[in-house]
Design a protein around this ligand. Sequence first.
Ligand code: F0G
Length: 472
Amino acid sequence: MSPSAPTLQTMGQQFSRRSWAEPWKIKMVEPLHMISPAARAQALQEAGYNTFLLKSEAVYIDLLTDSGTSAMSDRQWAGMMLGDEAYAGSRNFYHLEAAVQNYYGYNYLVPAHQGRGAEHLLSQVAIQRGQYVPGNMYFTTTRLHQELAGGIFADVIVDEAHDPQSLHPFKGNIDLDKLAALIAREGAANIAYVSLAGTVNMAGGQPVSMANVKALRALTDRHGIKVYLDATRMVENAFFIQERESGYADKSIAAILKEFCSYTDGAWMSAKKDNLVNIGGWLAVNDTALYEELRNLVVVYEGLHTYGGLAGRDMEAIAIGIEECVQDDHVRARIGQVRYLGDLLTTWQIPIVQPIGGHAIFLDARRFYPHLAQIQFPAQTLAAELYLDSGIRAMERGIASAGRDPKTGDHHYPKLELTRLTIPRRVYTQAHMDVVAESVHAVYEAREQTRGLKMTHEPKYLRFFQARFARE
Ligand code: F0G
Protein backbone atom coordinates (compact mmCIF):
# COMPACT_ATOMS: atom_id res chain seq x y z
CA MET A 1 0.00 0.00 0.00
CA SER A 2 1.44 3.41 -0.86
CA PRO A 3 1.91 5.83 2.07
CA SER A 4 -0.84 8.13 0.82
CA ALA A 5 -3.37 5.33 0.28
CA PRO A 6 -6.49 5.53 2.46
CA THR A 7 -6.37 3.19 5.43
CA LEU A 8 -9.13 1.30 7.19
CA GLN A 9 -9.69 4.30 9.45
CA THR A 10 -10.58 6.49 6.47
CA MET A 11 -13.02 3.98 5.03
CA GLY A 12 -16.19 5.44 3.70
CA GLN A 13 -14.66 7.97 1.36
CA GLN A 14 -12.45 5.73 -0.67
CA PHE A 15 -11.08 2.26 0.11
CA SER A 16 -7.94 1.05 -1.60
CA ARG A 17 -6.60 -1.66 0.71
CA ARG A 18 -5.60 -4.79 -1.21
CA SER A 19 -4.64 -8.10 0.44
CA TRP A 20 -3.19 -11.24 -1.04
CA ALA A 21 -4.98 -14.51 -0.36
CA GLU A 22 -4.09 -18.16 -0.72
CA PRO A 23 -4.49 -19.39 -4.34
CA TRP A 24 -6.62 -22.35 -3.21
CA LYS A 25 -9.75 -23.20 -1.28
CA ILE A 26 -10.24 -26.01 1.20
CA LYS A 27 -11.89 -29.23 0.00
CA MET A 28 -11.35 -31.52 2.97
CA VAL A 29 -10.76 -30.76 6.64
CA GLU A 30 -9.17 -32.60 9.54
CA PRO A 31 -10.47 -31.83 13.06
CA LEU A 32 -8.15 -30.30 15.66
CA HIS A 33 -8.49 -30.67 19.41
CA MET A 34 -6.83 -28.94 22.30
CA ILE A 35 -6.40 -31.15 25.35
CA SER A 36 -6.62 -29.70 28.88
CA PRO A 37 -3.68 -27.94 30.58
CA ALA A 38 -3.33 -30.82 33.05
CA ALA A 39 -3.25 -33.37 30.21
CA ARG A 40 -0.62 -31.26 28.41
CA ALA A 41 1.57 -31.12 31.50
CA GLN A 42 1.38 -34.89 31.80
CA ALA A 43 2.03 -35.46 28.10
CA LEU A 44 5.08 -33.20 28.19
CA GLN A 45 6.52 -34.91 31.22
CA GLU A 46 6.01 -38.32 29.60
CA ALA A 47 7.77 -36.96 26.50
CA GLY A 48 10.82 -35.92 28.55
CA TYR A 49 10.20 -32.26 27.66
CA ASN A 50 11.07 -33.08 24.06
CA THR A 51 8.41 -32.04 21.54
CA PHE A 52 9.63 -34.79 19.15
CA LEU A 53 8.42 -37.36 21.69
CA LEU A 54 4.86 -36.03 21.99
CA LYS A 55 2.06 -37.99 20.40
CA SER A 56 0.56 -35.88 17.66
CA GLU A 57 -2.91 -36.40 19.13
CA ALA A 58 -1.77 -34.38 22.16
CA VAL A 59 -0.85 -31.46 19.87
CA TYR A 60 -3.20 -28.64 18.86
CA ILE A 61 -1.37 -26.61 16.19
CA ASP A 62 1.63 -28.54 14.94
CA LEU A 63 4.54 -26.28 13.98
CA LEU A 64 7.22 -28.89 14.62
CA THR A 65 8.25 -28.92 11.00
CA ASP A 66 7.29 -28.07 7.44
CA SER A 67 8.66 -31.47 6.42
CA GLY A 68 6.14 -33.91 5.01
CA THR A 69 3.33 -31.91 6.60
CA SER A 70 2.01 -30.14 3.48
CA ALA A 71 -1.54 -30.52 2.24
CA MET A 72 -1.49 -32.06 -1.22
CA SER A 73 -3.69 -30.65 -3.96
CA ASP A 74 -6.61 -32.40 -5.66
CA ARG A 75 -4.32 -32.92 -8.67
CA GLN A 76 -1.69 -34.59 -6.52
CA TRP A 77 -4.28 -36.89 -4.93
CA ALA A 78 -5.58 -37.73 -8.39
CA GLY A 79 -1.99 -38.49 -9.40
CA MET A 80 -1.71 -40.91 -6.49
CA MET A 81 -4.37 -43.03 -8.19
CA LEU A 82 -2.20 -43.24 -11.29
CA GLY A 83 0.66 -44.95 -9.48
CA ASP A 84 2.41 -47.51 -11.67
CA GLU A 85 3.70 -49.88 -9.00
CA ALA A 86 6.03 -51.81 -11.27
CA TYR A 87 9.31 -52.77 -9.60
CA ALA A 88 11.28 -51.44 -12.56
CA GLY A 89 10.69 -48.62 -15.02
CA SER A 90 7.50 -47.20 -13.48
CA ARG A 91 5.98 -44.50 -15.67
CA ASN A 92 5.83 -42.23 -12.62
CA PHE A 93 9.62 -42.30 -12.41
CA TYR A 94 9.81 -40.85 -15.93
CA HIS A 95 7.34 -38.12 -14.99
CA LEU A 96 9.46 -37.23 -11.99
CA GLU A 97 12.64 -37.30 -14.05
CA ALA A 98 11.09 -34.96 -16.61
CA ALA A 99 9.84 -32.57 -13.90
CA VAL A 100 13.28 -32.34 -12.29
CA GLN A 101 14.98 -31.87 -15.67
CA ASN A 102 12.45 -29.26 -16.67
CA TYR A 103 12.29 -27.16 -13.49
CA TYR A 104 15.69 -27.74 -11.84
CA GLY A 105 17.62 -28.32 -15.05
CA TYR A 106 19.85 -31.27 -14.10
CA ASN A 107 20.49 -34.18 -16.47
CA TYR A 108 20.15 -37.28 -14.32
CA LEU A 109 17.78 -38.22 -11.50
CA VAL A 110 18.08 -40.75 -8.68
CA PRO A 111 15.02 -41.00 -6.40
CA ALA A 112 15.43 -41.50 -2.65
CA HIS A 113 13.02 -42.14 0.19
CA GLN A 114 13.69 -38.64 1.61
CA GLY A 115 16.40 -35.99 1.79
CA ARG A 116 18.76 -37.82 4.10
CA GLY A 117 18.70 -40.89 1.85
CA ALA A 118 19.99 -38.67 -0.95
CA GLU A 119 22.54 -37.03 1.39
CA HIS A 120 23.84 -40.45 2.35
CA LEU A 121 24.40 -41.49 -1.27
CA LEU A 122 26.08 -38.27 -2.31
CA SER A 123 28.30 -38.18 0.78
CA GLN A 124 29.43 -41.79 0.28
CA VAL A 125 30.26 -41.23 -3.38
CA ALA A 126 31.70 -37.71 -3.38
CA ILE A 127 33.68 -37.51 -0.12
CA GLN A 128 37.01 -39.18 0.56
CA ARG A 129 38.08 -39.66 4.19
CA GLY A 130 39.77 -36.56 5.59
CA GLN A 131 38.42 -34.18 2.94
CA TYR A 132 36.76 -30.92 3.93
CA VAL A 133 33.16 -30.14 3.05
CA PRO A 134 32.63 -26.39 3.31
CA GLY A 135 29.02 -25.30 3.63
CA ASN A 136 26.78 -22.32 4.35
CA MET A 137 26.08 -23.36 7.95
CA TYR A 138 25.42 -26.93 8.95
CA PHE A 139 22.20 -28.86 8.74
CA THR A 140 21.83 -31.74 11.21
CA THR A 141 21.40 -34.71 8.87
CA THR A 142 23.57 -33.21 6.11
CA ARG A 143 26.58 -32.72 8.36
CA LEU A 144 26.16 -36.13 9.98
CA HIS A 145 26.20 -37.92 6.61
CA GLN A 146 29.24 -35.90 5.56
CA GLU A 147 31.00 -36.85 8.80
CA LEU A 148 30.00 -40.51 8.57
CA ALA A 149 31.59 -40.55 5.11
CA GLY A 150 34.83 -39.25 6.66
CA GLY A 151 34.36 -35.59 5.72
CA ILE A 152 35.17 -32.59 7.90
CA PHE A 153 32.50 -29.94 7.85
CA ALA A 154 33.70 -26.31 7.63
CA ASP A 155 31.26 -23.45 8.10
CA VAL A 156 31.88 -20.75 5.47
CA ILE A 157 28.65 -18.77 5.76
CA VAL A 158 28.80 -14.97 6.13
CA ASP A 159 29.17 -13.79 9.75
CA GLU A 160 25.81 -12.01 9.61
CA ALA A 161 24.08 -15.42 9.53
CA HIS A 162 25.09 -16.01 13.15
CA ASP A 163 23.58 -12.70 14.27
CA PRO A 164 19.80 -12.94 14.73
CA GLN A 165 19.45 -9.16 14.54
CA SER A 166 21.46 -8.48 11.39
CA LEU A 167 19.18 -7.28 8.59
CA HIS A 168 21.48 -8.46 5.77
CA PRO A 169 19.13 -9.42 2.89
CA PHE A 170 21.08 -12.57 1.99
CA LYS A 171 22.24 -14.05 5.27
CA GLY A 172 22.61 -17.46 3.61
CA ASN A 173 25.50 -16.28 1.40
CA ILE A 174 28.83 -18.04 1.38
CA ASP A 175 31.70 -15.87 2.59
CA LEU A 176 33.98 -16.29 -0.41
CA ASP A 177 37.01 -15.06 1.54
CA LYS A 178 36.49 -17.79 4.14
CA LEU A 179 36.18 -20.36 1.36
CA ALA A 180 39.23 -19.06 -0.49
CA ALA A 181 41.24 -19.17 2.75
CA LEU A 182 40.19 -22.80 3.33
CA ILE A 183 41.19 -23.73 -0.23
CA ALA A 184 44.54 -21.95 0.19
CA ARG A 185 45.20 -23.66 3.53
CA GLU A 186 44.08 -27.20 2.71
CA GLY A 187 44.51 -27.33 -1.07
CA ALA A 188 41.73 -27.83 -3.61
CA ALA A 189 42.29 -31.60 -3.68
CA ASN A 190 41.31 -31.75 -0.01
CA ILE A 191 37.93 -30.16 -0.62
CA ALA A 192 35.29 -32.77 -1.49
CA TYR A 193 32.77 -30.21 -2.77
CA VAL A 194 30.97 -27.12 -1.58
CA SER A 195 27.71 -27.97 0.18
CA LEU A 196 25.41 -25.07 -0.63
CA ALA A 197 21.90 -24.82 0.83
CA GLY A 198 19.21 -22.67 -0.77
CA THR A 199 17.60 -20.86 2.17
CA VAL A 200 19.59 -21.85 5.20
CA ASN A 201 17.37 -23.67 7.65
CA MET A 202 19.47 -23.30 10.80
CA ALA A 203 20.09 -19.58 10.15
CA GLY A 204 16.35 -18.91 10.08
CA GLY A 205 15.40 -19.75 6.49
CA GLN A 206 17.78 -17.14 5.07
CA PRO A 207 18.46 -16.93 1.32
CA VAL A 208 21.53 -17.00 -0.91
CA SER A 209 21.76 -14.34 -3.63
CA MET A 210 22.21 -15.06 -7.32
CA ALA A 211 25.33 -12.89 -7.27
CA ASN A 212 26.77 -15.07 -4.52
CA VAL A 213 26.19 -18.37 -6.32
CA LYS A 214 27.64 -16.90 -9.53
CA ALA A 215 30.76 -15.75 -7.70
CA LEU A 216 30.97 -19.12 -5.95
CA ARG A 217 30.86 -20.84 -9.35
CA ALA A 218 33.68 -18.65 -10.62
CA LEU A 219 35.84 -19.31 -7.55
CA THR A 220 35.25 -23.07 -7.52
CA ASP A 221 35.82 -23.30 -11.29
CA ARG A 222 39.27 -21.77 -10.84
CA HIS A 223 40.11 -24.66 -8.48
CA GLY A 224 38.15 -27.45 -10.14
CA ILE A 225 35.83 -27.86 -7.10
CA LYS A 226 32.24 -29.07 -7.47
CA VAL A 227 29.21 -27.34 -5.95
CA TYR A 228 26.24 -29.44 -4.82
CA LEU A 229 23.03 -27.76 -3.80
CA ASP A 230 20.66 -28.68 -1.01
CA ALA A 231 17.55 -27.70 -3.00
CA THR A 232 15.13 -28.56 -0.18
CA ARG A 233 13.75 -25.00 0.10
CA MET A 234 15.28 -23.52 -3.05
CA VAL A 235 11.90 -22.35 -4.38
CA GLU A 236 11.60 -20.12 -1.31
CA ASN A 237 15.12 -18.88 -1.97
CA ALA A 238 14.03 -17.91 -5.49
CA PHE A 239 11.25 -15.78 -4.02
CA PHE A 240 13.74 -13.73 -1.99
CA ILE A 241 15.92 -13.21 -5.09
CA GLN A 242 12.86 -12.00 -7.00
CA GLU A 243 11.99 -9.65 -4.17
CA ARG A 244 15.43 -8.34 -3.21
CA GLU A 245 17.98 -8.68 -5.99
CA SER A 246 18.12 -6.14 -8.77
CA GLY A 247 17.30 -7.51 -12.20
CA TYR A 248 15.01 -10.29 -10.93
CA ALA A 249 11.73 -8.53 -10.09
CA ASP A 250 10.25 -9.38 -13.50
CA LYS A 251 11.55 -12.95 -13.67
CA SER A 252 9.34 -15.85 -12.62
CA ILE A 253 10.17 -18.06 -9.64
CA ALA A 254 10.59 -20.93 -12.11
CA ALA A 255 13.13 -18.98 -14.19
CA ILE A 256 15.09 -17.89 -11.11
CA LEU A 257 15.14 -21.44 -9.75
CA LYS A 258 16.52 -22.82 -13.01
CA GLU A 259 19.14 -20.11 -13.33
CA PHE A 260 20.35 -20.66 -9.76
CA CYS A 261 20.64 -24.42 -10.24
CA SER A 262 22.58 -23.86 -13.47
CA TYR A 263 25.54 -22.59 -11.39
CA THR A 264 25.73 -25.88 -9.48
CA ASP A 265 26.78 -29.40 -10.44
CA GLY A 266 23.89 -31.23 -8.88
CA ALA A 267 21.39 -31.16 -6.03
CA TRP A 268 19.83 -33.26 -3.34
CA MET A 269 16.29 -32.75 -2.24
CA SER A 270 13.94 -33.40 0.61
CA ALA A 271 10.77 -33.31 -1.51
CA LYS A 272 8.86 -33.21 1.80
CA LYS A 273 9.33 -29.43 1.84
CA ASP A 274 9.15 -27.33 -1.36
CA ASN A 275 7.76 -30.19 -3.46
CA LEU A 276 4.56 -30.42 -1.40
CA VAL A 277 4.48 -34.12 -0.60
CA ASN A 278 4.34 -36.19 2.57
CA ILE A 279 7.32 -38.37 1.71
CA GLY A 280 10.09 -38.46 -0.86
CA GLY A 281 13.42 -37.13 -1.99
CA TRP A 282 15.77 -37.12 -4.93
CA LEU A 283 19.29 -36.52 -6.09
CA ALA A 284 20.08 -34.99 -9.48
CA VAL A 285 23.45 -34.49 -11.15
CA ASN A 286 24.93 -33.52 -14.49
CA ASP A 287 28.03 -35.69 -14.55
CA THR A 288 27.58 -39.08 -16.24
CA ALA A 289 30.25 -40.92 -14.26
CA LEU A 290 28.97 -39.63 -10.93
CA TYR A 291 25.44 -40.61 -11.92
CA GLU A 292 26.63 -44.14 -12.73
CA GLU A 293 28.06 -44.48 -9.21
CA LEU A 294 24.99 -43.02 -7.55
CA ARG A 295 22.56 -45.17 -9.44
CA ASN A 296 24.59 -48.20 -8.49
CA LEU A 297 24.73 -47.29 -4.78
CA VAL A 298 21.03 -46.42 -4.56
CA VAL A 299 20.26 -50.08 -5.21
CA VAL A 300 22.11 -51.01 -2.01
CA TYR A 301 20.43 -48.60 0.36
CA GLU A 302 17.15 -47.30 -1.08
CA GLY A 303 15.89 -49.47 -3.93
CA LEU A 304 16.20 -49.81 -7.70
CA HIS A 305 17.23 -46.59 -9.47
CA THR A 306 13.72 -46.12 -10.88
CA TYR A 307 12.04 -46.01 -7.46
CA GLY A 308 14.68 -45.36 -4.76
CA GLY A 309 12.46 -46.30 -1.81
CA LEU A 310 9.32 -44.65 -3.16
CA ALA A 311 6.05 -46.07 -4.42
CA GLY A 312 5.11 -45.10 -7.98
CA ARG A 313 2.25 -43.00 -6.58
CA ASP A 314 4.71 -41.05 -4.40
CA MET A 315 6.84 -40.19 -7.43
CA GLU A 316 3.73 -39.00 -9.28
CA ALA A 317 2.76 -36.75 -6.37
CA ILE A 318 6.27 -35.24 -6.33
CA ALA A 319 6.22 -34.65 -10.10
CA ILE A 320 2.94 -32.74 -9.79
CA GLY A 321 4.13 -31.00 -6.60
CA ILE A 322 7.17 -29.67 -8.48
CA GLU A 323 4.93 -27.98 -11.04
CA GLU A 324 2.72 -26.49 -8.33
CA CYS A 325 5.48 -25.26 -6.05
CA VAL A 326 7.13 -23.01 -8.63
CA GLN A 327 3.94 -21.00 -9.23
CA ASP A 328 4.55 -17.41 -8.18
CA ASP A 329 1.20 -17.00 -6.40
CA HIS A 330 1.80 -20.16 -4.36
CA VAL A 331 5.20 -19.01 -3.10
CA ARG A 332 3.95 -15.50 -2.36
CA ALA A 333 1.08 -16.84 -0.23
CA ARG A 334 3.32 -19.36 1.49
CA ILE A 335 5.94 -16.82 2.56
CA GLY A 336 3.20 -14.24 3.11
CA GLN A 337 1.71 -16.43 5.82
CA VAL A 338 5.07 -16.87 7.54
CA ARG A 339 5.48 -13.09 7.46
CA TYR A 340 2.00 -12.50 8.83
CA LEU A 341 2.99 -14.39 11.98
CA GLY A 342 6.42 -12.78 12.13
CA ASP A 343 5.02 -9.27 11.71
CA LEU A 344 2.63 -9.77 14.62
CA LEU A 345 5.46 -10.91 16.89
CA THR A 346 7.68 -8.08 15.70
CA THR A 347 4.95 -5.54 16.48
CA TRP A 348 4.74 -6.99 19.99
CA GLN A 349 8.54 -6.67 20.33
CA ILE A 350 9.10 -10.37 20.79
CA PRO A 351 12.67 -11.30 19.81
CA ILE A 352 12.77 -13.27 16.55
CA VAL A 353 15.37 -13.79 13.85
CA GLN A 354 15.24 -10.97 11.31
CA PRO A 355 14.72 -10.70 8.41
CA ILE A 356 11.80 -13.14 8.53
CA GLY A 357 12.79 -16.22 6.53
CA GLY A 358 10.97 -18.57 4.20
CA HIS A 359 9.60 -21.49 6.16
CA ALA A 360 9.41 -20.55 9.81
CA ILE A 361 9.60 -17.95 12.54
CA PHE A 362 12.62 -18.49 14.75
CA LEU A 363 12.21 -17.17 18.29
CA ASP A 364 15.50 -15.93 19.71
CA ALA A 365 15.65 -17.91 22.97
CA ARG A 366 18.78 -16.10 24.19
CA ARG A 367 16.94 -12.79 24.25
CA PHE A 368 13.72 -14.45 25.37
CA TYR A 369 15.36 -16.01 28.45
CA PRO A 370 18.49 -13.95 29.15
CA HIS A 371 18.66 -15.44 32.66
CA LEU A 372 19.24 -18.98 31.29
CA ALA A 373 22.72 -20.20 30.35
CA GLN A 374 22.95 -22.06 27.01
CA ILE A 375 23.51 -25.35 28.84
CA GLN A 376 20.11 -24.86 30.49
CA PHE A 377 18.63 -25.37 27.01
CA PRO A 378 16.73 -22.07 26.60
CA ALA A 379 15.29 -22.98 23.18
CA GLN A 380 14.18 -26.43 24.35
CA THR A 381 12.62 -24.73 27.39
CA LEU A 382 10.74 -22.28 25.19
CA ALA A 383 9.34 -25.08 23.02
CA ALA A 384 8.15 -26.84 26.22
CA GLU A 385 6.53 -23.66 27.59
CA LEU A 386 4.66 -23.03 24.34
CA TYR A 387 3.26 -26.52 24.42
CA LEU A 388 2.15 -26.10 28.03
CA ASP A 389 0.49 -22.78 27.24
CA SER A 390 -1.54 -23.78 24.21
CA GLY A 391 -0.69 -27.21 22.82
CA ILE A 392 1.37 -25.62 20.03
CA ARG A 393 4.33 -27.77 19.05
CA ALA A 394 7.59 -26.03 18.09
CA MET A 395 11.14 -27.36 17.68
CA GLU A 396 14.47 -26.60 19.32
CA ARG A 397 17.23 -25.33 17.02
CA GLY A 398 20.05 -24.59 19.43
CA ILE A 399 22.52 -26.46 21.57
CA ALA A 400 20.57 -29.73 21.64
CA SER A 401 20.30 -29.80 17.82
CA ALA A 402 23.96 -28.85 17.40
CA GLY A 403 25.18 -32.03 19.13
CA ARG A 404 28.80 -32.69 19.99
CA ASP A 405 32.11 -32.14 18.22
CA PRO A 406 33.13 -35.60 16.95
CA LYS A 407 36.79 -34.90 17.80
CA THR A 408 36.62 -33.37 21.29
CA GLY A 409 33.31 -34.84 22.45
CA ASP A 410 32.26 -31.42 23.82
CA HIS A 411 28.91 -29.85 23.05
CA HIS A 412 28.88 -27.58 20.04
CA TYR A 413 27.81 -24.18 21.42
CA PRO A 414 26.06 -22.54 18.43
CA LYS A 415 25.68 -18.77 18.46
CA LEU A 416 22.05 -19.20 17.49
CA GLU A 417 19.81 -20.60 20.21
CA LEU A 418 16.43 -20.66 18.49
CA THR A 419 12.95 -22.13 18.80
CA ARG A 420 11.36 -22.75 15.42
CA LEU A 421 7.69 -22.22 14.66
CA THR A 422 7.61 -23.99 11.32
CA ILE A 423 4.67 -23.38 9.03
CA PRO A 424 3.42 -26.38 7.00
CA ARG A 425 2.44 -25.49 3.44
CA ARG A 426 -1.27 -25.01 2.64
CA VAL A 427 -2.40 -26.36 6.03
CA TYR A 428 -3.23 -23.63 8.54
CA THR A 429 -5.19 -20.39 8.24
CA GLN A 430 -4.45 -16.86 9.33
CA ALA A 431 -6.65 -17.44 12.41
CA HIS A 432 -4.29 -20.23 13.48
CA MET A 433 -1.41 -17.79 13.12
CA ASP A 434 -3.22 -15.36 15.44
CA VAL A 435 -3.64 -18.08 18.07
CA VAL A 436 0.05 -18.96 17.78
CA ALA A 437 1.17 -15.35 18.12
CA GLU A 438 -1.01 -14.83 21.18
CA SER A 439 0.42 -17.94 22.84
CA VAL A 440 3.99 -16.78 22.18
CA HIS A 441 3.00 -13.46 23.73
CA ALA A 442 1.64 -15.17 26.87
CA VAL A 443 4.82 -17.24 27.25
CA TYR A 444 6.90 -14.09 26.78
CA GLU A 445 4.95 -12.32 29.54
CA ALA A 446 5.79 -15.18 31.92
CA ARG A 447 9.44 -15.40 30.86
CA GLU A 448 11.05 -14.22 34.09
CA GLN A 449 9.55 -17.04 36.14
CA THR A 450 10.67 -19.72 33.67
CA ARG A 451 13.25 -22.28 34.78
CA GLY A 452 15.57 -24.16 32.42
CA LEU A 453 16.04 -27.85 31.66
CA LYS A 454 18.75 -30.46 32.07
CA MET A 455 19.37 -33.37 29.69
CA THR A 456 18.74 -36.75 31.27
CA HIS A 457 19.14 -39.02 28.24
CA GLU A 458 21.40 -38.38 25.25
CA PRO A 459 21.34 -40.60 22.15
CA LYS A 460 24.52 -40.90 20.09
CA TYR A 461 23.26 -39.67 16.71
CA LEU A 462 21.09 -36.57 16.10
CA ARG A 463 20.37 -36.43 19.81
CA PHE A 464 17.68 -33.75 19.62
CA PHE A 465 15.19 -36.20 18.11
CA GLN A 466 15.15 -38.59 21.08
CA ALA A 467 16.87 -36.83 24.00
CA ARG A 468 14.99 -36.53 27.30
CA PHE A 469 15.04 -33.58 29.64
CA ALA A 470 13.81 -32.70 33.13
CA ARG A 471 13.14 -29.44 34.93
CA GLU A 472 16.17 -28.13 36.76
N1 F0G B 1 18.29 -30.47 4.19
C1 F0G B 1 17.58 -29.54 4.84
C2 F0G B 1 17.90 -28.10 4.65
C3 F0G B 1 16.52 -29.93 5.69
O1 F0G B 1 15.82 -29.00 6.31
C4 F0G B 1 16.25 -31.31 5.85
C5 F0G B 1 15.19 -31.76 6.74
C6 F0G B 1 17.03 -32.23 5.16
C7 F0G B 1 18.04 -31.78 4.34
C8 F0G B 1 16.82 -33.72 5.32
O2 F0G B 1 15.68 -34.10 4.66
O3 F0G B 1 14.11 -34.87 6.46
O4 F0G B 1 13.73 -35.46 4.06
O5 F0G B 1 15.57 -36.51 5.34
N2 F0G B 1 14.64 -30.99 7.55
C9 F0G B 1 13.52 -31.30 8.43
C10 F0G B 1 13.21 -30.09 9.27
C11 F0G B 1 13.68 -32.55 9.23
O6 F0G B 1 12.33 -30.22 10.12
O7 F0G B 1 13.81 -29.04 9.07
P1 F0G B 1 14.72 -35.31 5.16
